[in-house]
Design a protein around this ligand. Sequence first.
Ligand SMILES: [Zn+2]
Length: 218
Amino acid sequence: MNILIMGPAGVGKGTVSQSIVETFHVAHISTGDMFRNAIKNNTQLGMEAKSYMEKGLLVPDEITINMTKERIMQDDCAEGYLLDGFPRTLAQAAAFEDIAKETNRPIDVVIDLTISIDQLAERIVNREICKNCGEIYNTVSKPSAVKGICDKCGSPLVHRADDNLESLQVRLSEYDKLTAPVIDYFDAKGLVIKVNAGQSREAVWADVKQALEKFVND
Ligand SMILES: [Zn+2]
């Protein structure tokens, strides 16, 4: 089963992805990791990507697409993969179609994690992050035992300056503008399953699991 997961930053995509990988034994392909590995292993595409990143430029689609193609052809993807962070635009989605034809490993199902701006705001505006270990807290739903101090390592917690309502609205509307055509593209093929990510973590996972199990059994 080849899965694409979509959802705005802060929606809980990381947690859901981890559970999908553990439960359905698919290879997790995150674009960020894919770039880091390609660069670390000095692959041709990795070197090309690095030259753009070093200049602070966006890596052109062609490089990302070819890198994804190389990645999904690897052995660990034979039983399925979970694609996370790509395709993000309609052009990338259409290009992925060609990869799928060449590799015979097309996307079978798209999990679209949806959330309202209000629910996302509640999570993000109240979010605190440990500068030292990266642990994430929420002053309402997951507070640290001692205010402003990380439970795990005792370092101070910080609130990101751009975790406010205004920048969140901008981020979300940019996300929607970019990805709505991607969702429509896959929806026209009947592949999209929308999951309400505004629920509790457990409820979100129950919905995702049920949807994927249904797909496996069909
Ligand atoms: Zn910490």
